[in-house]
Unconditional design. Structure first.
Length: 235
């Protein structure tokens, strides 16, 4: 029953996000279970309104989802500044700070998030918290792993490499790097932590997204929505 409630809450957030899609847009498309759930709704909208939309995928998963649904894809090479980025998250607070990367695609997700004119994150009420506390996903250069682990340990953090029953050894990202998660505990200052982690040579990217979206849409258990408007940090 709980799973169905969460799925319905996500659906409501998805449908609200679709209201921002306009004909002719170039759209960055995120990764994860919420985005997989979104794809059929996106396809239906485009077919019903006869829209011409191009999508920039953030991972192998999102590329395959788009292609399997006959949704045309492009890249940042053709369109370096997408009109809209739609993505999900693993955890968010009401200040607009989010943790992403549960699907291991945070590097390209952050690239396309930064590049896009407007960014909308969608999710359900379970992922909304007062303060971020999930382990932070990291993409790590393989040869730098001993240095990264040693430095994090000296700072009192615990790094866990991701593994899979489908292969021996660690999981590898779409970009050929190691994937891990660092347990910080309660994160008091997400932007400061993001800067600290990325200052360690060998950490290519983190799953911390401090105020990188314009809007975060939360589907609630009662069928309502909570929309968090963020003072987005742009480069």
């Amino acid at each position: 029953m709980i799973q169905e409630e969460v799925k319905k809450a996500r659906e409501n957030a998805i449908l609200r996000a679709l209201e921002y899609i306009e004909d002719g847009m170039i759209i960055g498309y995120g990764t994860g279970s919420t985005m997989a759930q979104s794809t059929s709704y996106v396809k239906k909208l485009i077919q019903e309104k006869k829209m011409k939309i191009l999508f920039i995928p953030t991972s192998f998963q999102s590329r395959q989802l788009l292609l399997e649904n006959n949704l045309p894809i492009t890249s940042l090479y053709e369109y370096p500044e997408p009109d809209l980025m739609i993505d999900s998250f693993d955890q968010t607070d009401r200040e607009g700070n989010a943790i992403k990367g549960g699907g291991g695609a945070m590097l390209m997700e952050k690239v396309i998030t930064q590049a896009s004119r407007k960014v909308i994150f969608i999710g359900d009420y379970v992922k909304l918290v007062e303060k971020l506390s999930r382990p932070v996903p990291l993409e790590i250069l393989e040869e730098a792993y001993p240095h990264v682990k040693n430095t994090l340990t000296k700072n009192g953090f615990r790094l866990m490499l991701r593994e899979s029953a489908g292969k021996m050894g660690p999981l590898i990202s779409d970009n050929g790097n190691l994937l891990g998660d660092v347990d910080i505990g309660i994160i008091e200052d997400p932007e400061k932590l993001d800067n600290l982690l990325r200052s360690i040579a060998g950490i290519i990217e983190t799953g911390l997204f401090p105020k990188l979206a314009d809007k975060i849409i939360i589907g609630k258990i009662d069928g309502n929505l909570e929309e968090i408007n963020v003072n987005r940090k742009k480069l």
